[in-house]
Write a protein that binds this ligand. Sequence first.
Ligand code: KG4
Ligand code: ZN
Length: 335
Amino acid sequence: MKEPLILGIESSCDETAAAVIRGRMLLSDEIISSAAIQAQYGGVVPEIASRAHTDAIGEVVSRALRAADVGKEELDAVAVTYGAGLLGALLVGLSFAKGLAYSLKIPLIGVNHIRGHLAACYLEDETLKPPFVTLLASGGHTAILFAETETAFEILGGTRDDAAGEAFDKVARILGLPYPGGPHVEALAREGKNVVPMPKMLKGQGGYDFSYSGLKTHVINYAHTMSQKGASWSKADLACSFQHAALDILVEKTVEAAKEKGCDTVAAGGGVIANGYLRESLSAACERAGLKLVLPARRRCTDNAAMIAAEGLIQYRAGNFSPLTLNAEASIPLR
Ligand code: KG4
Ligand code: ZN
């Protein structure tokens, strides 16, 4: 059977992205980012994001088709993020996708952004099949999931307050680092040592749940107290110690969950999975536990359209198509 050719479109935050896949084979993966503009404001300004998407959407889709060497009339479906995200930003990608689907008479597939992050691993390993345990860590979510099939998963645990990426962004702000904080905290942490005492992370009774607000407050208080005292302290050591506390718990609980579920495979997705320290420690822990690990390439951990096309393929195979009346949604539950 011929594999479907799917265009994925993503515009939920500050990346305007388009990608083409044939089956699980990635043919192109293009991004036009407004992150550098947003960085001047210390975060994403919704109106600026919408304007940037409007300027970039036509160009990014053309680039993706060109790089894949396909004409739009060859497409079998258009998959697009319809939520969660900034409404104005989502509407740009969604309206564009609807226009394409209507004019080409092909199905529209509305994709839940978070499910997209989870589907990125399928592009990394074409042989990957559920069941497996997967770690989701992004700016809005932190959870451990048991993927029973490509479309059904059980939530084993999630964050009780902040998401891991959110904690990185807030710590970056305290340390005077630019938006988005994660990569900057990671770079600074590489220059420091894990020597600043950090609070205990949620274990035992907490099961597979996480809590990041205590860790974040601890880092804020430490930085303020040391500055007020005029004591000499190292931002790099604080970044490194925070990074260990924030990420070691993710590794520990993910491996524990895989063992409990009797899985031999672990996967992951979301912006925080781009973190080099996390990737190395998760790889080492999986190797020690005899688990196979499937990690999406770094650029497919942060927002991209290849993952939206990958989730689109799953929905295409399941026959889940969306009406052209599909609306953008600012927040949607994980499932
Ligand atoms: O998945 P993503 O691109 O967007 C959401 O759907 O939320 O994740 C963005 C989050 C941000 O909080 C960002 O600081 C974090 O992922 N992030 C990182 C790294 N790269 C991005 N966190 C830690 N280390 C990184 N290298
Ligand atoms: Zn995302």
